[in-house]
Design a protein around this ligand. Structure first.
Ligand SMILES: [Fe+2]
Ligand SMILES: [Fe+2]
Length: 190
């Protein structure tokens, strides 16, 4: 505790709470879907690439940090269902990556992808996060949140002008599957 004022301790705790951090990422992801839909050409490609980077970090963190804990709290069937939804989304994303972002083909597939990612996020919010929060101690939730934060530091999960071209942003390029591999590597070191 280091003698910090009590209200600061409280704030730090809430900042690192894994569920609060995941909910924050969900809202950034929802917003980024809107940015992709509202853009054209190079800007749309950039927004889509940023969305892929956000999802690579987010879904990998959920798979490695949240799911094992959720299997204890929400149950194995719930954790397996969420992992399957994520695997299905990864496949659709691989198809989207090969398309021209300004094609009708892309828009149709992207709309389907958006529906499944947002439905998946809602399932997590309704079925996975509440039992996780209820079933784990504050300390455990904070430790999970700190792991999530350490990966966020290595990988900006939201668009940030100064991140463009920086070494931090470099590892979140290329196909989604490679981003996931790098996020997994980074997380396994935490
Ligand atoms: Fe997820
Ligand atoms: Fe999620």
């Amino acid at each position: 505790m280091g003698g910090a004022p009590k209200d600061m301790d409280q704030a730090a705790r809430q900042d690192d709470d894994v569920v609060a951090l995941l909910l924050e990422q969900h809202s950034m992801i929802r917003e980024q879907f809107g940015t992709v839909n509202g853009s054209r050409g190079a800007l749309k490609q950039k927004a889509f690439d940023e969305l892929r980077a956000m999802l690579a970090v987010h879904e990998t963190a959920e798979e490695m940090i949240v799911r094992p804990a959720a299997a204890d709290t929400a149950g194995k069937a719930e954790a397996d269902a969420r992992n399957q939804e994520e695997a299905a989304a990864t496949k659709v994303l691989a198809d989207l990556e090969k398309m021209d972002v300004d094609s009708t083909e892309f828009d149709t597939k992207f709309a389907e992808f958006q529906r499944s990612v947002l439905a998946h996020a809602e399932h997590e919010e309704n079925e996975e996060f509440p039992p996780l929060r209820a079933g784990k101690s504050e300390e455990e939730l904070r430790t999970m949140g700190q792991r999530l934060r350490s990966v966020e530091k290595m990988a900006p999960t939201h668009p940030h002008p100064t991140a463009a071209g920086s070494p931090k942003a470099q590892w979140l390029t290329g196909p989604f599957a490679s981003m996931m591999d790098r996020a997994r590597d980074a997380l396994s070191r935490t």
